[in-house]
Design a protein around this ligand. Structure first.
Ligand code: GLU
Length: 559
């Protein structure tokens, strides 16, 4: 999720890299760093927090050199800190990395036995040591990189320098994005196009398993195994603003399509599927504190409140703890019952929602523990809570929440499984199954996004309606509320979300051919009941738009 920028040419590398990192800020980060090579000398500057901190460090201690790499980090292994910020260095090998090295513990043990000493808690530092080790054996930078990357499992985009071969920059990727920019006698490499667009429009997109080696006179592509590759540069015609939108018409659309990545990033590094375990580093509450809880209050506003309603289903079902869900502006004024055994879980994308922040303070005042689910590192809510579960969605610029909502649901699911293990309400086998379901989610979301053309067609049939009803049962009821909210916010069409079973107590009177009814009908225990609601709608001439997980003869007959 972080940003990588590399430069090799004749200009000073630092300002170019810093500017590139700034243009990747939208990806989210908690620390940043730059390394340059100047006459065979590696110099590194790193700072926790925003790029402005790195910038003022560089103003006091400038970095010179025409070759360099930079990084904005979103911590997966090791807390956000200067020590863990990239670049990482070992024996003249300097690495920035985006992704996760899954077998890092195994590799670390091996390297420790060989006498390597580590200075950070990251998985990334392994790569620097591995390359150093192979460089000692081969004395060739490129083959050392190939051998090292051959040993790591997981996802990576890397940019690597070597003090002993100062006119080279090597980059490679497997599972994380990396783009190469070709200028006049200079080369760029970055996680995304906007980082380089003010310098060149000639870009080469690296595929998984590919490596590029830059020298002052050329860039050479090959597979990680060493097969030469011919890669063609594409001319990017996007304006810088379009590039930030990734070519989509607007940010909301881009963010909808970012969901598989955002979900995968929120899960990454937090689960050990074979053991049925979840790691929530920032949660801070230890197992005995979690075991002592007797109640959970979920507090949020708007879309986050809908996520909280789903959280109630998850926690009550799997942890058997009573859960209350409150709208923050209600909670803060209604004299809520909060004791030392209450966990108040506040949810906010920005971490700055005023009512949620006030509710958090109220909960603290009453002696409760507060954990936040939020998307912005170091936001007020994150800072004031006792623990934080960050959604790694990246900045959400669209006003109507999309990827933040789905990653909030993922975070609630992770939290539920963690709590269920600690409180022994689910066995290891069940935890394993639920984790494996979770891990398949990015792929399933990808499949849903592939239905966009059919969804557009369905929208064409109802877009002139002035009112909509959204129905769902159980954990689909909050999703019906969220669907109605989305339609209101984006289309200015009146919509209401209802528990399907409540239809007969009011909304049924409104149903006619002018009121499309969106029915959430996944194959679960209440499908038959939901199908009966669809019949009731149709009996009154209403139009049903069913949303289901698979086509089903009986179900479709009701649509
Ligand atoms: N896993 C690495 C770390 O925790 C890289 C994280 C990132 O992609 O920013 O340092």
């Amino acid at each position: 999720m972080c940003g990588i920028v590399g430069y090799l040419g004749s200009q000073q590398a630092t300002p170019i890299i810093l500017d590139g990192l700034r243009r990747l800020e939208y990806r989210g980060y908690d620390s940043a760093g730059i390394a340059t090579l100047d006459q065979g000398q590696v110099t590194i500057r790193r700072a926790e927090g925003k790029l402005a901190r790195l910038e003022s460090l560089l103003a006091n201690q400038p970095l010179s050199g025409t070759v360099g790499i930079g990084h904005t980090r979103w911590a997966t292994h090791g807390r956000p800190s200067e020590i863990n910020a990239h670049p990482h260095v070992a024996g003249g090998i300097v690495v920035v990395h985006n992704g996760i090295i899954e077998n890092y513990l195994e590799l670390k043990r091996k390297l420790l036995d060989l006498g390597h000493r580590f200075s950070s808690e990251t998985d990334t530092e392994i790569i620097a040591h591995l390359v150093e080790q192979h460089f000692k054996e081969t004395a060739d930078f490129e083959s050392a990189v190939r051998r090292a990357l051959g040993e790591v499992r997981g996802a990576f985009a890397v940019a690597i320098l070597c003090a002993q071969q100062p006119d080279r920059l090597i980059a490679a990727k497997q599972g994380s994005p990396l783009v190469v920019g070709q200028g006049q006698g200079e080369y760029f490499v970055a996680s995304d196009i906007p980082a380089m667009l003010s310098h060149t429009r000639q870009m080469v997109f690296l595929d998984d398993g590919e490596l590029v080696s830059f020298s002052p006179s050329e860039m050479v592509f090959s597979t990680l195994a060493g097969e030469p590759l011919q890669k063609l540069a594409k001319t990017i015609t996007w304006s810088p603003v379009m590039a930030e939108k990734g070519g989509y018409r607007h940010f909301m659309l881009k963010e909808i399509y970012e969901q598989p990545r955002a979900i995968a990033d929120t899960i990454a590094g937090r689960v050990r599927e074979n053991l049925g375990e979840v790691f929530l580093e920032g949660l801070k509450l230890n197992e005995s504190e979690l075991a002592a809880l007797d109640r959970i209050c979920l507090v949020a506003c708007g879309t986050s409140w809908h996520a909280a309603l789903v959280g109630k289903f998850l926690i009550e079902k799997h942890v058997r703890l009573p859960v209350e869900v409150d709208i923050a502006s209600e909670f803060r004024y209604r004299d809520p019952v909060v004791t030392a055994k209450t966990l108040v879980l506040v949810i906010s994308q920005s971490g700055e929602t005023a009512d949620t922040l006030a509710a958090l303070r109220e909960a603290h005042r009453r002696g409760g523990k507060v954990v936040a689910i939020c998307n912005v590192v170091e936001s007020s809510i994150a800072r004031e809570s006792d623990g934080v579960i960050y959604t790694h969605a990246g900045p959400e610029i669209g006003v109507a929440s999309t990827k933040a909502f789905t990653t909030q649901l993922v975070s609630l699911y992770l939290f539920t499984l963690h709590l269920a293990r600690v409180r022994a309400t689910l066995g290891q086998e069940k935890l394993r199954t639920m984790l494996s379901d979770l891990l398949s989610l990015p792929r399933k979301v990808e499949e849903c996004l592939g239905l966009d053309a059919a969804i557009e067609q369905a929208a064409q049939t109802v877009f002139q309606a002035r009112d909509f009803l959204f129905l769902g049962r159980g954990n689909q009821f909050p999703i019906a509320l969220e669907g109605a909210l989305k339609l209101k916010e984006i289309s200015y069409i009146h919509a209401e979300g209802y528990p399907a079973g409540e239809m007969k107590h009011g909304p049924i009177a409104l149903i006619d051919e002018h009121l499309p009814v969106v029915v959430l009908a996944p194959h679960n225990a209440t499908l038959e009941k939901v199908a009966a609601n669809m019949e009731e709608v149709q009996a009154r001439g209403g139009r049903v738009l069913a949303v289901s997980d698979r086509a089903d003869g009986d179900l479709l007959a009701k649509v």
